[in-house]
Design a protein around this ligand. Structure first.
Ligand SMILES: [Zn+2]
Length: 107
């Protein structure tokens, strides 16, 4: 992985984390994740940063914080699922359910 690959990716990407709203471009600039979801969303782009910075900004979250964020995320997803279900949007229900499942598998 070339060290200059990051700026190229910045120019071609508009990704944004749906959870915390962090833009990929700003994340690449600051090297900081807004939330754990950023790992998932920006995983492909993060690896050069993590390699470069040794994961200092993104990689080492204290376990207690991680657990709290995890519980928050589960709660948010469950609310989203309930809202999507109430709206009759089965596609969204499915999507959030999948996110919830992969979230739980992660821990
Ligand atoms: Zn995020």
């Amino acid at each position: 992985m070339a060290s200059n690959g990051i700026s190229k990716q910045t120019a071609t990407t508009n990704a944004v984390c749906p959870n915390c709203g962090t833009l990929l471009t700003s994340l690449l600039k600051s090297g900081r994740c807004g939330c754990p979801e950023c790992y998932r969303v920006f995983g492909d782009y993060l690896s050069p940063i993590l390699l470069k910075r040794g994961g200092r900004h993104c990689g080492r979250v204290p376990l207690a914080v991680k657990r709290e964020e995890y519980q928050n995320k589960v709660r948010v997803l469950e609310q989203k699922i309930a809202a999507a279900y109430a709206a009759g949007n089965t596609l969204l229900v499915e999507r959030y359910s999948q996110q919830l499942r992969s979230l739980k598998e992660d821990v």
